[in-house]
Structures are given as C-alpha cells and as structure tokens.
Design a protein around this ligand. Structure first.
Ligand SMILES: Nc1ncnc2c1ncn2[C@@H]1O[C@H](COP(=O)(O)O)[C@@H](OP(=O)(O)O)[C@H]1O
Ligand SMILES: [Mg+2]
Length: 256
C-alpha cells in the first residue's frame, strides 16, 4: 500500500491514524487470494511495520521509534520521546484469521506511556488516548479475567482461582487490554514474558480510560528501557487492583 504523509495533528491523532492505516493494510492482506496462508504472519508483520515507520518518520522526523519488527537503535535510550510500536500484536491469531489481533502505536515520554492508539481492525474498533471514554457498565458479580489463550502462566491461573475470576482466553495483549477498556472483562493479568511494544499503547489507552495499569508487584510500568523486556502487567478496573495485587503477592511469595 502506498503511504502518504499525514497532515499536522496531535500525537494522539497521529497514533490513531497510523493504527488505522496499518490495520487497513492488514485487513487487505487477509482478503481471499491476497496472501498465501503460510506467508500471512510474516508479510503482515513486515508490511505493517514498513508503513508505520514511514508514516511516523515523516510526521515526527525528530522522534525515535522502537518497533518489534525493526532493528533497535540504542540512541533512543537518551531520547525523551520514543514511539513504541507493535505492527501486529497477536500474529498467531492473525495467521489463523481470527479476530483477536491488534496494531499498537504508543508514545513514551520520559519513560511513561502517555499517548497511543490500539486498533482492532478485524472488529473495526480503534481506541486512542484522546477518546472520551463512556463510564463502564456495572461489574458482574464474578469478575472476568482475560488471559493468553496459548500460554496463560500458572501464577495467573492461581490468582484467578484465588479471587474467584472467570477465565476468558484471548489472543493479543492489545485485544485483551481493550476488552477491559470496553467493559467486556474486568481484569487482564499477564506474566512470563512480554516486551515494551506488547503493552505500551494498551497501557496508555487503559490509563486514559481511567483503568489501573502496573507491574504485577504494583510498581509503575517504565518504557524506553535499554532492555525492552517488560514481562508482566496488570490492567484492571481500579476497584479490583488491590485484590489482584494482594493475590499475586500471596501466590508468588518469592518473585523473580
Ligand atoms: N512468555 C512470553 N514471552 C514473550 N512474549 C510473550 C510472552 N507471552 C506473550 N507474549 C507476547 O505478547 C503478545 C500477546 O500474547 P498472548 O496473546 O499470548 O497474550 C504476543 O505478541 P506478538 O503477537 O506481537 O508476538 C506475544 O508474543
Ligand atoms: Mg506483540
């Protein structure tokens, strides 16, 4: 797909437009006959990445970009503004032509996920930090916890059991975080491995929506670190945070 420079806009508008553009490219790739099944994941990752880098570089030439699909430039660590992007989160689900995959366009400033957008192209939804978020419906009696559909960690399963949560398996960190933003689940808990690109934009959107987002020991999530490994996170309605963090501490007495 040919890319055009985007007009001047806020960071949040830019994030939304780039997430939508990459989502449209990925939807085209999914169409019958556009791409062989065995190439879908690799082409989706590569082509969405190329478009995103092109659009962000032309709109914000002074900013650094950390992408799952691009070579890391260590000079970013000295920069205040770094776009942290996952061109196709949930590659496995995209390859299976499921709906639970996402495009993440996050912006970290001074290590904090402040701005961003998450598009869920297969459902036609996009969430950005400048959205006005409606208040959530009342929580159900039993909280719903979204977890990885392919590698839910034993600690996550123990915490779900301890707080009496119903498990909702789903692919993609962005899709799971947006399930909480939309009120389709109350809690997203993850541990065992993840990178800054998997959760920067989802966390920015979750914060904008008034949700709790932290490491599973309650510490703040820090971005643009030299090592982009960011292996665990909790995104949930604020009223569940204390119970989940307490259950994590009880079920995981010697973290590390
Ligand atoms: N243990 C782990 N180690 C590294 N990355 C992980 C991980 N568990 C999940 N992830 C990443 O987090 C994203 C969501 O995974 P899941 O759906 O299993 O929760 C995926 O991103 P990608 O699809 O961009 O690779 C996946 O690679
Ligand atoms: Mg990812």
């Amino acid at each position: 797909m040919e890319s055009r420079p985007l007009s001047p806009q806020t960071d949040a508008q830019l994030a939304r437009d780039v997430a939508l553009a990459a989502g449209a490219l990925l939807i085209e790739l999914c169409k019958a006959g556009a791409c062989a099944d065995n190439e879908l994941g690799d082409r989706g990752d590569a082509e969405a990445n190329a478009l995103i880098l092109d659009l962000l570089h032309s709109a914000r030439p002074g900013d650094f970009i950390l992408s799952e699909e691009a070579q890391d430039d260590p000079a970013r660590c000295g920069a205040r503004r770094v776009w942290i992007v996952d061109p196709l989160d949930g590659t496995r689900e995209f390859r299976e032509r499921r709906a639970d995959w996402a495009v993440h366009i996050g912006l970290a400033i001074d290590g904090v996920a402040v701005t961003g957008a998450v598009s869920l192209p297969a459902t036609g939804r996009v969430f950005a930090t400048d959205d006005s978020f409606p208040s959530l419906p009342p929580a159900p009696a039993q909280p719903r916890m979204v977890v990885s559909r392919t590698r839910a960690h034993p600690l996550v399963l123990r915490v779900a059991a301890a707080i009496g949560a119903e498990l909702v398996p789903m692919g993609s960190a962005g899709a799971k975080a947006m399930a909480v933003v939309q009120g389709d689940a109350e809690i997203y808990l993850h541990t065992g491995g993840q990178y800054e690109w998997d959760n920067c934009a989802p966390v920015a959107v979750a914060h904008a929506a008034g949700l709790h987002a932290s490491r599973i020991d309650g510490a703040p999530l820090r971005y643009n670190c030299e090592n982009p490994l960011l292996p665990d996170l909790l995104i949930c309605r604020p009223d569940y945070a204390q119970a989940v963090l307490a259950a994590v501490a009880a079920e995981n007495p010697t973290p590390g």
